[in-house]
Design a protein around this ligand. Sequence first.
Ligand code: URA
Length: 475
Amino acid sequence: MPVVLLDHDADFDGWRSAARALVAAEIPSDDIIWQVAGAQADLLAGAPTELPAVEATFAVPKRFVELAEAVICHRDPARFALLYQALRRLRGSPRLLEDSADPLVHRLDTMAKAVGRDLHKMRAFVRFREVAGEDGTRFIAWFEPEHHVVRRNAGFFARRFANMRWSILTPELCVHWDGAALDFTPGTTRADAPDGDPLEETWRTYYASIFNPARLKVKAMTKEMPKKYWRNMPETSLVSTLIAEAGTRTEAMVANGSNEKAPAMARSPELDEAIVYDSLSAARAAARHCTRCPLYKNATQTVFGEGAPAAPLMFVGEQPGDQEDLAGRPFVGPAGQLFDRALADAGIDRGATYVTNAVKHFKFTPRGTRRIHDKPDAGEIDACRFWIDHERRLVRPRLVVGLGATAARSLLGRPVTIAKTRGAAIDQDDGSEVWITVHPSFLLRLPDAAAKRREYQRFVDDLGQVGARLKDLVD
Ligand code: URA
């Protein structure tokens, strides 16, 4: 009876090479004993079997590899055998995974989903405490995952907190990052994790400042942030007080007009999803600390939108350029100057509009002393849509004009061709209209003067059409 010894609980590579050898040797699932090094051994199992290294004998769908990488992290001890059964069946039925009614497929899908939720919870609810040591500061978090997700999530935390030295302690496995490499040590107990520190105070202040009593949704909040995790999260000690005070705070906000500022703070994007900002200034303050995509790392600052707070007309560009990044304001560089001229030619007062960008950080490649503009990718546009959505909800413009393809993608949620989309309204669920035209930088890049003049006039005509439409709507 073959005994397979895996290096650790989520040892996908070990499982895969053993499974290949066992499938090639036609060993039935029931004949195999799967063990994990360090775990309580099956006393009757005997020594691990030496299995030959075998090349894959048949192709498995990519989806199976993804499924297996998730399922291997599940706490169920049967996971290795279940995956092995699926692997054997895949040889004769390559489309097995498409049959979600199949009991084995259903069970594996359910396990993968549970692991996915656990990965997400760990990313959202880990909170670091700052600890001073002889060799400098380290950030330490305590977390209790339900499944074996620590290794799987380690790379995420290393990327997210690349410049910090940190440890995440869990009962089963601890992971440490020293700024260059990940290290794993055996699990520990909660007593080894620090309980509170000045950083928590900052986090609590921050959470209290962004907490919006007028939009309190206790059910949604407890669903997203199950109580199980509350005790590790500094802000949750505030939650019951804030809920209790919600009525009074709403009245105070209405009376004062809310303009609370948030202190600088590392924040989790998942927590962001639960927040509804009640004013542009609150959204702008929070966006200063945005880490929703990696662009914040190299940019000087977040360039949020600006203009009339209840403007009926909103313009959305692509992303700040070099000058906008330094000034912290949208459309102030060469493209901005051309935009201003076109607005004036179309009879639109920029001061009565709201001007923003689809992506709020400057993306560039350094070349000598220059920073060369790079196009934001779909992931960056999608991550930043969070802020555009808040701006649209708070400003409530009747018309939103997307300047160029990036803005169009952000506003419409899909790629479009400017030539096919410009010149007509696209109705939105909130009653507003989106209009698409070219980006002013496109005009700056045109090589010959005649094309420049012609395209500039088309741009002014597009703006004029939008201005006329707005007049119709408000008159
Ligand atoms: N281009 C943009 O799309 N936005 C700016 O703010 C500047 C240049």
